[in-house]
Design a protein around this ligand. Structure first.
Ligand code: URA
Length: 237
């Protein structure tokens, strides 16, 4: 059956669909020996697809891991400034995994990495409203008024945020810890939301993603997701 090239590449676990589209635009995908164009379809039983020089044949083993990202790592596959990559932490995984969404260089916590493009799409698609909970340490305390603004949604330069949930507020000396749950995944969203209400973030850690948490995974370590966790992630609607 014919499918779009980016879908076939994602299904083979080589990249997310978006990354595959970029590769097509960059001329890195050959379809039957000539550079493919975005929008083209192919049938793997008839057509030959080459991805960065590698022939797309059979489906690779799908692997998804949950990493407890430390500060000081980028969650991209390359960094022009030579900073450490989250994938440097994956020591015994032969498959090439890519991060599902991003955590900033100085954000810690739960990050999924996978070679399953369909799964990545399922988890990160805004339509699926997967809750993400962040533990925030701020300078200065979170007032009732600030919490209300988070809960009602506040205006950022890319539009109004959906209502967030605030829990477990603890004030210690000049700082405050609280948990913020959102389901959107805009760039630097938590930091920008805090800035908008006048809070400076000194530490940020993602502690939950949907039903997943960091239990038994120390900072800098990771574990493979079980088959039943994968099934649950696939069923996010
Ligand atoms: N929000 C942020 O501001 N940074 C992250 O890394 C994740 C969410």
């Amino acid at each position: 059956m014919e499918e779009r090239l980016q879908k076939l590449i994602a299904q083979a676990g080589l990249a997310s669909r978006r990354q595959a589209e970029k590769w097509i635009e960059e001329g890195k995908i050959l379809l039957n020996g000539r550079p493919a164009k975005l929008g083209e379809r192919a049938d793997l039983t008839i057509d030959q697809i080459q991805v960065n020089g590698q022939m797309l044949t059979s489906v690779q083993e799908k692997v998804t891991v949950l990493l407890n990202k430390p500060r000081g790592y980028v969650s991209t596959l390359k960094d022009p400034d030579g900073r450490r990559l989250v994938t440097d932490l994956l020591v015994d995984i032969p498959q090439r995994l890519f991060p599902v969404g991003r955590l900033d260089y100085n954000t810690e916590g739960l990050l999924l990495l996978t070679n399953d493009g369909e799964l990545a799409q399922q988890v990160s698609h805004p339509r699926h409203h997967v809750d993400k909970t962040y533990l925030v340490k701020s300078r200065g305390s979170l007032s009732v008024k600030m919490a209300k603004r988070f809960e009602q949604g506040l205006v950022l330069d890319d539009g109004k945020t959906a209502p967030a949930k605030i829990e477990n507020i603890r004030t210690t000396g000049s700082s405050c810890w609280f948990e913020l749950t959102i389901h959107e995944g805009r760039n630097r969203q938590v930091r920008r939301m805090c800035e908008a209400v006048g809070l400076t973030v000194v530490r940020l850690k993602r502690i939950r993603l949907g039903f997943l948490d960091l239990k038994d995974v120390a900072t800098g370590h990771y574990r493979r997701l079980s088959d039943s966790e994968i099934v649950k992630l696939r069923n996010f609607k």
